[in-house]
Write a protein that binds this ligand. Structure first.
Ligand SMILES: C[S@@+](CC[C@H](N)C(=O)[O-])C[C@H]1O[C@@H](n2cnc3c(N)ncnc32)[C@H](O)[C@@H]1O
Length: 268
């Protein structure tokens, strides 16, 4: 596989809020600055309960990882991983098995710097600083070679990251390139922001993120469904995240916004 172009290395910018630390702030983490907390408060004034969308995404990650572990998947590549605290992939996996490996990938320099000490004692998880738009650099990295066996099935997580890739960078071709690289039995997990259900709320969210280092590119649910290609989308299919195998007591009706859509699919 050849990357048509390797995106430029992202520089550190702590003057503006960034997606990783905004997410961390909403999850109740401590790896964020004043500008992210100010952003969070301003957003909550416009969209009360928007925090549940962030927590909903993280809960979806946890449920999908548990589901994939139950299906025998032991290797995970997490693109746009953010800061791996508050119930992230290796923590979920560790509760179930000692036989797992996680390659985290993020392009935000401070996110990677904050993640390294968090993973220091964890021989089964590693983070690399790379741009998800460079599949060859990621899957061909020395870290991937050391940690993973790419001849065996992996789960590729693209949760809350594709909506940071603009159309000009051809996210459709990007996901296809990743799908092509995976061996049969591998799984693809996608969650993605959409304004299909709540267009006004999505407009407000996108307007706010335009002031950050990570502008949003929300897409219609039909577009998101197509990214699974010819993979078999597993029950219950692509859905709003709160409808994806909800836990008892977690009903969609309780959700104020439906802004995140996704699912899990298997390569035949
Ligand atoms: C909202 S967080 C999602 C974290 C995690 N994937 C989850 O779903 O819980 C999005 C992350 O994607 C990262 N990101 C955005 N664009 C990226 C890119 N082009 N390559 C790699 N990471 C990217 C951001 O730095 C941020 O940490």
């Amino acid at each position: 596989m050849a990357d048509t172009r390797i995106p430029p290395v992202r520089e550190m910018d702590i003057a503006r809020p960034c997606a990783a630390r905004i997410y961390d702030a909403f999850l109740g983490g401590s790896h964020n600055f004043g500008c992210e907390r100010t952003f969070m408060e301003a957003l909550e004034r416009e969209l009360p309960d928007i925090g549940e969308s962030y927590r909903e995404n993280r809960a979806f990650v946890r449920r999908t990882v548990e589901y994939l572990l139950a299906r025998g998947i032991r290797q995970f590549v997490d693109l746009g991983s953010g800061i791996p605290t508050i119930g992230h992939v290796h923590e979920v996996a560790r509760r179930r098995t000692r036989d797992f490996r996680v390659l985290y990938v993020d392009n935000e320099p401070l996110t990677v710097a904050h993640s390294k000490p968090l993973l220091a004692g964890e021989s089964r998880a590693e983070i690399i600083r790379a741009d998800c738009r460079a599949p060859q650099a990621i899957l061909g990295s020395p870290e991937a070679a050391e940690l993973l066996d790419l001849d065996e099935p992996v789960a590729l997580l693209m949760t809350a990251v594709l909506h940071f890739v603009p159309d000009s960078d051809d996210p459709v071709a990007l996901v296809e390139a990743y799908r092509d690289e995976l061996v049969p039995g591998s799984h693809l997990v996608i969650s993605h922001l959409t304004g299909s259900h709540d267009p006004d709320e999505m407009r407000i969210l996108s307007g706010r993120y335009a002031e950050t280092t990570d502008p949003l590119h929300p897409r219609e649910v039909e577009w998101i469904e197509k990214q699974f290609g010819d993979f078999e989308v597993l029950p219950p299919g692509a859905t709003y995240l709160s409808d994806w195998r909800p836990e008892p007591g977690q009903t969609a009706a309780k959700r104020r916004y439906r802004l995140l859509y996704g699912g899990v699919a298997r390569k035949p």
